[in-house]
Design a protein. Structure first.
Length: 315
């Protein structure tokens, strides 16, 4: 049997297993609690993720990565150079544009809402490349964050963010990734783009590259049969890559007098296993399984799921 037919046969086995829930537990079980890396490390060479996570070093963005390189449960490997995830690209330097040009991107998908673009700026991209806007609701998170800082009142900031309220807000944001039909439609459209054999290298991003972008990356990796623990590692790695930048933001807010206790922002700046667990619990409640979320929630048919495998996974 030719290599191509072997791959197609393996893809068929994978999709059948997804449909009936017979993949190994690591492929579809609910994530187990894990401690997110929160300590600052060298921004270019995170210690634990160095062998698997391929960050694109840029001066104007800190969380741009190639999702390729991960091993799948069937022994394949996600191809590199086809799909990238990132944070906002409005502050890219000229040197960054040269680096991004080298990625050969043919499409950039921006999940940000207009308020985020207004405050942070439109993407700065190589000549001939423009962003495709696919707004995914952040449930008012950006406005909530800006509003809390703008009060300049430590009592109000504590009332808004303290006592577990910031964490609760984040859990609600993650629930909407699953429950909001418009958000599901935008995620699904991006996955269909990725699956399209005629689509060249693609990058999707939001503001920090950690929540909306982190969720879609988690979904994509699991759809490719990357082990759940590995997909979680990719999600949690945003804490490593963003730690130094986010600490600088908090220090600046304290120095300027706008926040007496900028650590109140940490639950909004970080990704946490608890947030991811909230979304996966919601998809199981709404659709019964991860496969049900892919097919019924996102409306992806078996042909699209097979195209993802064929395009992105090499044996």
């Amino acid at each position: 049997m030719s290599r191509a037919r072997i791959r197609l046969a393996a893809t068929g086995v994978l999709l059948s297993a997804l449909a009936v829930g017979t993949l190994p537990a690591a492929a579809y079980a609910a994530p187990t609690p894990a401690t997110a890396p929160t300590t600052a490390r060298h921004p270019h060479y995170p210690q634990q993720q160095a062998d698997t996570i391929r960050r694109i070093p840029l001066q104007g963005a800190v969380n741009v990565r190639d999702i390729g390189g991960y091993r799948t449960l069937l022994g394949g490997q996600v191809r590199q150079g086809l799909v990238y995830r990132g944070d906002a690209l409005g502050k890219l330097t000229d040197a960054d544009l040269t680096t991004v040009s080298g990625l050969g991107l043919t499409k950039v998908v921006d999940f940000r809402i207009p308020m985020e673009v207004q405050y942070d700026g439109a993407d700065r991209l190589p000549a001939g490349l423009t962003s495709t806007s696919r707004q995914v609701s952040d449930r008012g998170l950006y406005g909530f964050l800006v509003g809390a800082i703008a009060t300049g009142d430590p009592v109000k900031q504590e009332q808004m963010l303290g006592g577990g309220r910031a964490e609760a807000y984040m859990r609600e944001v993650y629930r909407t990734f699953v429950t909001n039909p418009d958000s599901r439609a935008q995620f699904a459209a991006t996955l269909r783009d990725i699956a399209d054999g005629k689509q060249g290298p693609l990058l999707y991003h939001c503001t920090s590259g950690k929540d909306r972008t982190g969720w879609l990356s988690y979904v994509l990796l699991r759809a490719l049969a990357v082990p759940t623990a590995t997909a979680e590692q990719d999600y949690l790695a945003s804490n490593t890559f963003r730690a130094a930048y986010d600490a600088q933001v908090r220090a600046g807010l304290k120095q300027s007098g706008r926040m007496q206790d900028p650590d109140l922002l940490i639950p909004l700046q970080e990704v946490r296993q608890d947030y991811l667990d909230t979304a996966t619990a919601q998809l199981e409640a709404d659709y019964g399984s991860f496969y049900g979320y892919l097919t019924d929630g996102l409306g992806l048919d078996l042909r699209t799921l097979a195209k993802l495998q064929v395009k992105l996974v090499r044996s």
